[in-house]
Design a protein. Structure first.
Ligand SMILES: [Zn+2]
Length: 372
């Protein structure tokens, strides 16, 4: 047990969420509990992780979640490990929720995205159809998040673009997508910045500079693609070529990278397998599975095309494998599934409760110690 790596989870504690400040001590080695000396609360070693309040051994949970993240059907796990179906489903649910929080904290940070590709998958669920829209940063293959909706409309695409915006810096940014008009409207709505003038009323919104849009429209005869049309919607060809050169080493406008990612998700979520029998009953189950697979893809699996060669003396080369998160500079190593499930998302800093009148000396001391 290392008190230097954990933080207090008590929302009323001034020291909540702060690591390495010396306020945490070991309460009980036997029961694996820590204590916060500021608020005198004890908490389990597993608090804040996906293993919190689970009675089963950590190793078994990690094994089952790893299988789930690689597309193993729940029924197979039930039979192989002699577990109850509801237990496996609850582990999928809690690991998916945990991964969503990790994704929001770690991936949804502003970065220079370069080129982003977006696409939707049509998913059969029990009693209907759900659309799953996802986006990917091309240069690092980083999965930027996904959204689900019953219809493939502007709301779905706008929600996806809000996810992309949470990950984006205002730099030249190329979007490559299919011929769906909703993308163009959504990008123009979401990528705007208010100009504050100090006047009364809502401020005017100014579009981001450097937003480029391109569409890839495929024409089908039956199930075969017979023609591909590439359209430039916003920006000049020279600007688009510059971004393509920087993010994929040249080439043409395409949606190949997101289509490859869709194939990965189809293979890794049992409910997404075409003509499969393991249909999801609810949209929420699908959402949890999506975040679990997305985070395992981003953090735990080496991506073959992200390898970099380091030249060695004698003309030889040493290949270094990278995960999308490593390529994006989010982490410095490939995570294990256990590491992903054990990641504690920090809590926001404590703020003193609002009271009338001036702050007391005690409150001022707490603010000076914990809020600076
Ligand atoms: Zn505390």
């Amino acid at each position: 047990m290392d008190p230097q790596t954990v933080f207090c989870h008590n929302m009323a504690c001034p020291a909540r969420g702060q690591v390495g400040k010396g306020n945490i001590g070991v309460h009980s080695q036997k029961e694996r509990r820590y204590i916060c000396r500021v608020c005198n609360t004890t908490f389990s070693e597993r608090k804040g992780t996906a293993f919190y309040r689970l009675r089963m051994g950590k190793d078994l949970v990690v094994l089952v979640v790893t299988l789930l993240a690689h597309g193993c059907p729940i029924q197979a796990i039930v039979v192989a490990f002699g577990l109850d179906e509801r237990t496996v489903m609850s582990w999928q649910d809690r690991s998916g929720r945990h991964c969503e929080q990790v994704h929001q904290h770690v991936v949804e940070q502003p970065r220079d995205l370069g080129q982003v590709q977006g696409d939707e998958i049509r998913v059969k669920v029990q009693g209907g159809i759900v659309w799953m829209a996802m986006a990917l940063q091309v240069s690092t293959r980083l999965w930027l998040g996904g959204v689900l909706s019953a219809c493939r409309d502007t709301n779905l695409i706008t929600a996806l673009m809000r996810k992309v915006r949470a990950c984006a810096l205002c730099r030249p940014l190329l979007f490559c997508m299919d011929g769906c008009q909703a993308y163009i409207d959504a990008i123009r709505t979401v990528f705007r910045e208010p100009i504050h003038t100090g006047k009364v009323g809502s401020p005017r919104l100014r579009p981001w500079d450097g937003i480029l849009m391109a569409q890839v429209v495929k024409q089908y005869a039956g199930k075969r693609v017979v023609a591909i049309q590439r359209r430039l919607v916003q920006g000049t060809m020279a600007q688009v070529q510059a971004v393509l050169q920087r993010t994929q080493g040249g080439g043409t406008i395409n949606t190949a990278y997101i289509e490859r990612l869709n194939a990965t998700f189809r293979a890794c979520i049992a409910a997404l397998v075409r003509r499969g029998r393991a249909l999801a009953r609810q949209e929420s189950t699908l959402r949890r599975s999506m975040y679990l697979v997305g985070c395992v893809y981003n953090f735990c699996i080496y991506h073959r095309s992200l390898r970099v060669a380091i030249p060695l003396p004698g003309g030889r080369r040493h290949w270094v494998s990278r995960t999308p998160a490593l390529a994006a500079g989010i982490t410095d190593h490939c995570w294990t599934v256990e590491e992903l499930l054990s990641f504690r998302v920090p809590l926001p800093r404590w703020t003193p409760p609002k009271r009338r009148g001036p702050r007391s000396k005690a409150t001022k001391a707490l603010v000076a110690q914990w809020c600076s």
